[in-house]
Design a protein. Structure first.
Length: 236
């Protein structure tokens, strides 16, 4: 209720997706309000940090603004109820999709954690590369290539060194380079997929229910403070 409309209109993903998904009507409250829903989901747990990718940093910034305004309006026992969380980025905070744009289910350019090996390899094969590398004999630059970004996150330092050397000297072809990236991804995903397959659907539901119960308990603590600060109830 206290969120300014202009804050939501300013969130970069709002404009970006409207430009990219031209076939869909995104002028809806649901789409505009989505980052606020995320903000509520964050603030409910009063975290100090939010581990996100670079493109979500603006959503965390919105979350901070919402917390700041709430704290400005309402205090509980003379203290701020909602801490402003910080973004927690990894050294490689951005993973491009197979078409080089931001990876997003809406763009159909994702590599999923559930993708079996042949699918991962097929997706890598069609992935875009450094646009300057048109012919096999042209040198490229992994820093300008989405496949290079995948290598930086998933490949060993040895493979990464081979990629830099081979790409910049045109010593390797993109097909070979992509197959190394696929190797690294498959190696990472296989144990995850095997572990997921070892659980029955019932066990998965129990795990989700257990996590949900813990989250609910934590969220309720926050909500008690929020209601008390807003003088909607007496402190519990
Ligand atoms: S060799 Fe690898 S890093 Fe270089 S342009 Fe091709 S796919 Fe990208």
């Amino acid at each position: 209720m206290i969120t300014s409309l202009s804050w939501l209109e300013r969130v970069p993903s709002y404009k970006e997706q409207q430009e990219n998904l031209t076939g869909k009507d995104l002028t809806t409250y649901g789409f505009l309000g989505y980052p606020l829903l995320q903000a509520a989901d964050i603030l409910l747990y009063q975290p100090r940090f939010v581990p996100v990718g670079q493109d979500q940093a603006a959503h965390v910034e919105l979350t901070r603004e919402v917390a700041r305004r709430f704290n400005h309006f309402y205090k509980f026992d003379a203290r701020e109820v909602l801490p402003e969380p910080d973004v927690l980025l990894t050294p490689s905070p951005k993973l491009p999709g197979t078409d080089g744009r931001k990876m997003s289910k809406s763009y159909g350019n994702t590599i999923l954690m559930t993708d079996p090996e042949p699918v991962v390899r097929q997706k890598l094969k069609t992935m875009v590369t450094d646009p300057a590398r048109i012919r096999r004999t042209d040198a490229g630059d992994p820093d300008k290539c989405p496949v290079g970004d995948l290598h930086k996150v998933f490949s060993t330092p040895e493979t990464l060194a081979k990629v830099y050397e081979g790409c910049r000297s045109a010593g390797i072809g993109c097909i070979e380079c992509k197959s190394w990236a696929a190797d690294a991804l498959v190696q990472l995903l296989e144990p995850i997929q095997a572990r997921r397959a070892s659980f029955s659907d019932l066990q998965v539901e129990e795990i989700l229910e257990d996590g949900s119960e813990r989250a609910r308990t934590r969220a309720e603590q926050t909500m008690q403070e929020v209601r008390a600060a807003m003088q909607l109830t007496k402190p519990g």
